[in-house]
Design a protein around this ligand. Structure first.
Ligand code: CP3
Length: 341
């Protein structure tokens, strides 16, 4: 069985007569039932309570007929388990409790017991896997080491990730030590997710696109390659490196089975240039979800038409869902993909 067949089998989408459909992260925020739960519990409480994580993971699937669920957690649980907690300040974005500034800060991070510290994610995956049944796939995930490092070095959200880019150029030894710790922690964590029932693993290299082309390999790709290697052939891997679709060879060299593609690329052009065994995932502009069902149907059909005849397309948004997403728009998306002939 080749990698593509395994991928489709893992997604429980074979045989396919239309692209499988799943939707990217943070789907919950546009749902009244998620917002209601958030009145009672904080993000951390939901994520750390397997029964609540199960509930919010299933919420979008109860409304929308999709082929896969994505476990409710966050990429930032890895810095937290390493000893650098995070929070969501009132004004939006992410705030880490401190920023990584020195060798001492890196030394203080501990890769011991990552799976024990994050066992609640494994428990949530087991509950979700049991609830999903055989028809729908379960996607586990992690941030790419580079993307996590940006939050850790910057001490939270930042526009251009300047401190992280600076550290990469000025102190490669320290940068590599930090990225090695993150990668080691992720390798254990992702394996735990697979053991707990994840059918595929997605790496979110959300901030790959802030890197200079000559830095991309050493700052991000090499670490993702280590993780894809560590995952091996157990389950398919999806690498989403936002705005880096032009770096096809580098992305293919990670060994990923699927490349997530943002909305600024023409999906068929990306697919055309990839080896046959590499599938693409994408790539509707997420702002369409804030507009009208008619616009969603029209633009979704354009992508489906463009991809007609290509094997290996998972329909998805080009990035995450905004809280402004309209339920009618999601319904139009699902209906358009499901009824496409
Ligand atoms: O659909 C899902 O809910 C799946 C779980 C999921 C979350 N985060 C939950 C979450 C996934 C897959 C993520 C990935 C994630 N988290 C990424 C990579 C994907 C991407 O967008 O590129 C990144 C960069 C993060 C870090 C993060 N977490 C950000 C930037 C934010 C938004 C902070 C803000 O400005 O509000 C979060 C919060 C977050 N993670 C929410 C959810 C459901 C929103 C929490 C809420 O407001 O209720």
């Amino acid at each position: 069985m080749n990698r593509r067949q395994r991928f489709l089998r893992a997604c429980r989408c074979e045989p396919v007569d239309r692209p499988p459909l799943w939707v990217m992260r943070q789907a919950g925020r546009h749902l009244p039932e998620y917002r209601a739960l958030k009145e009672q519990y904080s993000f951390h409480e939901i994520a750390q309570t397997p029964e609540l994580a199960l509930e919010v993971t299933m919420q979008p699937l109860r409304r929308y007929d999709m082929d896969a669920a994505i476990v409710f957690t966050d990429i930032l649980v890895i810095p937290e388990a390493l000893g650098q907690p995070y929070g969501f300040p009132k004004g939006g974005g992410i705030e880490m409790d401190f920023a990584i500034e020195s060798a001492d800060d890196v030394d203080r991070l501990s890769t011991d017991g990552i799976c024990e510290k994050l066992s609640y994610v494994g428990q949530a995956l087991e509950l979700i896997r049991a609830e999903l049944g055989e028809e729908r796939a379960l996607i586990g995930f992690g941030g790419s080491p580079w993307t996590l490092a940006t939050y850790m070095i910057e001490g939270g959200s930042s526009k251009h990730k300047e401190r992280a880019r600076e550290l990469f150029y000025t102190d490669r030894q320290l940068f590599d030590r930090l990225l090695t710790k993150i990668t080691d922690a992720l390798a254990d964590y992702l394996q735990m997710q697979i053991d707990a029932g994840a059918d595929a693993i997605q790496l979110f290299d959300s901030w790959g696109g802030v890197l200079a082309p000559d830095a991309f390999e050493d700052a991000s790709v090499v670490w993702m390659r280590k993780l894809v290697d560590a995952i091996g052939d157990d389950v398919p891997t999806i690498v989403f490196s936002k705005d880096m679709h032009e770096h096809r060879d580098a992305l293919v060299s990670t060994g990923a089975d699927v490349l997530g593609v943002g909305w600024t690329a023409r999906l068929a052009d990306v697919k055309e240039q990839l080896p046959d065994h590499v599938a693409v995932q994408g790539n509707l502009d997420p702002v369409l979800m804030n507009t009208t069902p008619e616009l969603v149907a029209r633009e979704t059909t354009k992508i489906l038409e463009q991809m007609r005849g290509y094997d290996g397309h998972v329909f998805n948004l080009g990035h995450g869902i905004s809280p402004r997403c309209r339920i009618e728009c999601m319904e139009a998306l699902v209906e358009t993909v499901s009824n496409f002939k």
